[in-house]
Ligand binder design. Structure first.
Ligand code: C5P
Length: 201
């Protein structure tokens, strides 16, 4: 039977880094569900209808490096408020979670909506300033022309939209373990997450 780890939290809290490391440590598959919404957002920027784009999404659409830009992140959070877009992406996520080897899914609503029976639920947070700083360093490191102020404003705008929407808002599941990474290095956050998963195995 599949062992499911749900990792939710706001933008740039460290979910991606933690999820990849947890998946590698336990030999689980990993799905960054933000990529689904980013892929739909990118198609909408290119002129597509959001619901049609979500309904015809192909897993190869997720492998595009251009999905990592702040513009696509904003478009993702705009399409993510549409209930029909979310509904079109549920089956793929649940199918992924059911893989025999075990799976780590990270996103906003994994522990609350997609996999409410996940064996482990982590809610990863950090202050908006910490998250913006990390995202800024990541984007600048890739050679993108961004300022810390713009990244902070982007992160706050996306958080507000994700938290306040009607469809699957960003909120910790009642049974989630909170992990605040503000004062942790990546290595410390990974160690803490692995311990939590280990305890549930
Ligand atoms: O995680 P990432 O920052 O790549 O997600 C981009 C956007 O996709 C988020 O701001 C959020 O609006 C949306 N999203 C979502 N549910 C998920 C994953 C992402 O609504 N499970």
């Amino acid at each position: 039977m599949s062992f499911i780890v749900a990792i939710d939290g706001p933008a740039a809290a460290g979910k991606g880094t933690i999820s990849k490391a947890v998946a590698a440590h336990f030999g689980f598959a990993h799905l960054d569900t933000g990529l689904l919404y980013r892929a739909v957002g990118a198609k909408v920027i290119a002129g597509a209808d959001p619901i049609a784009a979500a309904q015809s999404l192909d897993p190869v659409d997720l492998e595009d490096d251009s999905l990592r830009t702040p513009q696509v992140a904003q478009a993702a959070s705009e399409v993510a408020v549409i209930a029909e877009v979310r509904a079109a992406l549920v089956a793929f996520q649940r199918g992924f979670a059911a893989r025999d080897a075990g799976a780590v899914l990270d996103g906003r609503d994994i522990g609350t909506v997609i996999c409410p029976d996940a064996h482990v639920k982590l809610f990863v947070t950090a202050s908006a300033e910490c998250r913006a700083k990390r995202r800024f360093q990541e984007l600048a490191g890739k050679g993108m022309d961004v300022s810390l102020e713009t990244v902070l404003a982007d992160v706050k705008e996306r958080d507000a939209r994700d938290r306040n929407r009607d469809a699957a808002p960003l909120v910790p599941a009642d049974d989630a373990t909170l992990l605040d990474t503000s004062d942790l290095s990546a290595a410390q956050a990974i160690t803490a997450a692995i311990k939590i998963v280990e305890a549930a195995r």
